[in-house]
Design a binder for this molecule. Sequence first.
Ligand SMILES: Nc1ncnc2c1ncn2[C@@H]1O[C@H](COP(=O)(O)OP(=O)(O)O)[C@@H](O)[C@H]1O
Ligand SMILES: Cc1cn([C@H]2C[C@H](O)[C@@H](COP(=O)(O)OP(=O)(O)O)O2)c(=O)[nH]c1=O
Length: 203
Amino acid sequence: MSGRFITFEGIDGAGKSTHIEAVSARLRAAGADVLNTREPGGTALAEQLRELVLHQGMDALTEALLVFAGRRDHIEQVIRPALAAGRTVVSDRFTDASFAYQGGGRGLDGHVLAALEGWVGHGLQPDLTIWFDLPAEMAAARRAAAREADRFEQQDLHFFARVRAGYAARAEAAPERFARIDASLPVDAVAAQIVAVLEARGW
Ligand SMILES: Nc1ncnc2c1ncn2[C@@H]1O[C@H](COP(=O)(O)OP(=O)(O)O)[C@@H](O)[C@H]1O
Ligand SMILES: Cc1cn([C@H]2C[C@H](O)[C@@H](COP(=O)(O)OP(=O)(O)O)O2)c(=O)[nH]c1=O
């Protein structure tokens, strides 16, 4: 029996990391064998590519090729075997992030991204994508208070507004897969929305 594949998405500073462990713990308490992973990354090779993507200057297509190369390795080595074994895979980001950041943010052609998605994933899609949505200004204020910026986090508000719009377009195209969370609310209210999404699915 194939396991469930759940992804967390949203612009940097939306609050994903704040909630991912509690969600995993909840799924475990309900009996799931949960594997936590992330992108870019999730394998030794993909973690090396992550370092390049986050810290090395490059054009948008090169960036997309590297994140999809890492994703290919991640899917083959980690995600598919875990799902085949009936495990629940919880990933901090997946392909939607490429459409949002390389597509929306960097302006890369969506057809190129769709082709890469097809080659790399052969139709693999999450069963549920929890999308932390909030205005770019609010996420920037949270980040500024919390940490040093990498290559993406150094981008301006216009960039993050385009990334947000990229996520909105992906959500509109797959409404049954996406659960939009109002991430502008306080932490407790965000957590309550996520619990409601899981309960609605009987998870
Ligand atoms: N709902 C919230 N309201 C206010 N601050 C928040 C909220 N959620 C997270 N934060 C804070 O915002 C910062 C970024 O959150 P984080 O979970 O690291 O975001 P992400 O993983 O999506 O980049 C952290 O300092 C975190 O404590
Ligand atoms: C998966 C993925 C991430 N990214 C970007 C989004 C983030 O800015 C960055 C790293 O993601 P993330 O691990 O969420 O950052 P942090 O650890 O700082 O919270 O990579 C892409 O541009 N394309 C992708 O396909």
